[in-house]
Ligand binder design. Sequence first.
Ligand code: 5GP
Length: 302
Amino acid sequence: MAESRPVPEVDRAAAARRAVERRRARASLKRDLTTRVVTPQTVLERAVADADSVEGSMRITDFLLALPAIGAGKRDRILDELHISPVKRLGGLGVRQRVALAHWLDTRFPVTKPRDARSRLLVLAGPTAVGKGTVAAHIREHNPEIHLSVSATTRPPRPGEVDGVHYYFVDEAEFDRLIDENELLEYAVVHNRSRYGTPRAPIDAALAAGKTVLLEIDLQGARQVRKAEPSATLIFLLPPTWDELVQRLVGRGTEDAEERARRLRTAKVELAAQNEFDHLIVNEDVASAAAEVVELSSSSAR
Ligand code: 5GP
């Protein structure tokens, strides 16, 4: 018979540390699902690929509860309907259960397929603090062949911002004039504060000259462009995780606590709109995210 030996102290400490890390990773994954930084389909795929992963060890009950608009009652009805026991973990589902769950997810949370139609008008949007501006600035520096639209805004310049390069800084009266004279392709009030808009003429000129045009604008603007120019390619930039997005917003240090809270609320609403976009790009690192955007632009220039 095997003799039971006491577990050495170091092993126990390491195991406790691993347990804490795992709990943290599980909590982080739940936030990513709730805020839609990750699709439930992707989580299920990862769980199936590796039952020992964070995704694989997630309880089916926690998974369903983390999805938008699913409460305890609905969760139990879904489990019944899919013939899945509430004690199951995602990585431990049978084949039939997996297929049934995947089908249910696709019906409930349809994933947009990239459209084949290509255009030279690219729109880059995404939640606040995801790094759209940094990715756009990287493209401005490394890809002069792409015309980066310069927006008009009523917000005052930040230190280092140059009129005509980063924005056209205009007053309220001038912004009204731009709207009245139909000089803006789209415009919106962003973060309940200032107005931002895309001047139409430079874009028309660049497109006419055969250039690819990139707009870095907010979600409301992206929707307006979709309506005005249905063939535009809409790109949504995602943070690697929700926690990372919060970190980036706090780390930037340009907003006070109230403004940060306001922007995070906006970010949640914005993340929920990602399915309206043609392409999703995760901004893990600026250079690669920029390269992916540029890749879409060169394929669109065919
Ligand atoms: P910031 O004030 O930090 O430069 O920009 C705030 C937000 O305004 C960003 O999310 C940016 O994408 C958005 N934005 C910048 N220019 C435009 C624009 O022309 N139209 C719209 N709709 N949003 C813009």
